[in-house]
Ligand binder design. Structure first.
Ligand code: SF4
Length: 351
């Protein structure tokens, strides 16, 4: 891959800056690292012409930005290799996002619309098609579908229909949400729990808790969120109904300024209903503009040990792989790089 400073490509056609990414180099794959997607992969509602491949077969990532019929771009990814228990396909749920998470590459973009159930399902079809052409061994392995790309899934009224379509193909499923405070989010969460009570494969809910401080969490997400007490009740309700994955994952994004309060964890998040997932922060350009920096690795290890000694199950599967770290592959980063390098207009939220 060649690294190109983003200021080489960040001007729109009328000569204005379309974004300010000068701190981060953009990586554009060289010819041997990108796949021309089957001469342009066109499904009923999505299309893509290029996917970028990072790493190798032992620690690899394929990501692409798919285009909807009305011109919206979403990210689809595949993560595989010897350290992953399953090959993961990550799909998106919305075009843009109503939340404004300070660390996320899509946090500064306007929300456009919800994806339909078909658009969610087709993302899996598109990625499996790409894998079967270029990495056949991974196209045949069992996939876990993770709804964690562009958008907040529980704010999409079509999410349950999308999940049902995926369930009809026996996928293991995971959904990541920052849990905005909204009746739709609560309704979707309870419907998901009811699907999980009957499904023969695991459905894993993951709450992007971000930190153990409500004020820090709210200002980081830029949207009203459910309180820790409300999340605590949802964890108990999930545990009572889900048949396979009984605990809700709580994901902490480990930035340097991430407050960790064990008293809050003890009071609201019982180890019976919740486990913790630590994700080292992978720098994004939006995160850099918000002065987000990685937590020191010694502190991360110390925190993991402390949580374990408090009786929590702490999973390590979220630790970014060397390939993800080298290419700074946080969610939606490849999508943004492709938008910039293809000259796609980026509609930013008003400040
Ligand atoms: S982290 Fe998720 S909810 Fe937050 S801005 Fe990014 S896509 Fe939206």
């Amino acid at each position: 891959m060649t690294r190109i400073q983003v200021h080489d490509v960040r001007r729109s056609k009328d000569g204005k800056d379309i974004m300010n990414l000068e701190h981060i180099p953009i990586e554009v794959p060289t010819r041997e690292h990108y796949f021309d997607v089957l001469e342009r992969c066109e499904l009923k509602s999505l299309s893509a012409s290029q996917a970028w491949g990072y790493g190798d077969r032992t620690d690899g990532v394929v990501e692409l930005a798919a285009l909807s019929k009305d011109g919206g771009m979403i990210e689809i990814g595949s993560y595989y290799g010897t350290t992953k228990p399953k090959s993961i396909i990550k799909i998106s749920s919305q075009i843009g996002c109503p939340a404004s998470c300070k660390f996320c590459e899509v946090g500064d973009e306007k929300f456009k619309r919800n994806l339909t159930a078909t658009e969610m399902f087709e993302q899996v079809g598109m990625m499996v098609q790409i894998l079967s052409s270029y990495l056949p061994e991974y196209s045949r392995s069992p996939h876990k579908i993770n709804i964690a790309g562009t958008g907040e899934p529980l704010l999409n009224p079509n999410i349950i229909d999308g999940m049902k379509l995926l369930m009809s193909h026996n996928f293991t499923l995971k959904m990541c949400s920052i849990m905005p405070s909204s009746p739709l989010v609560l309704r979707n969460f309870h419907e998901l729990a009811s699907l999980a009570s009957d499904y023969h494969m695991p459905i894993q809910p993951q709450v992007s808790l971000l930190s153990l401080n409500e004020e820090h969490r709210r200002t980081t997400a830029g949207i009203r969120l459910l309180s820790f007490d409300e999340l605590s009740k949802l964890g108990r309700s999930w545990n009572e109904r889900s048949s396979i994955r009984k605990q809700v994952n709580l994901s902490l994004i480990l930035t340097e300024d991430c407050p960790i309060d064990f008293e809050i964890a003890r009071r609201c998040f019982s180890p019976e209903y919740f486990c913790f997932r630590f994700r080292d922060y992978v720098t994004t350009s939006h995160g850099q503009r918000n002065e987000k920096a990685q937590m020191q690795s010694e502190r991360v290890l110390e925190l993991k040990e402390q949580f374990r000694s408090e009786g929590y199950r702490v999973t390590d599967d979220a630790t970014p792989t060397p390939t993800e770290q080298e290419w700074q592959l946080a969610s939606n980063v490849t999508r943004r790089r492709m938008m910039v390098s293809f000259g796609q207009k980026i509609d930013l939220k008003k400040k």
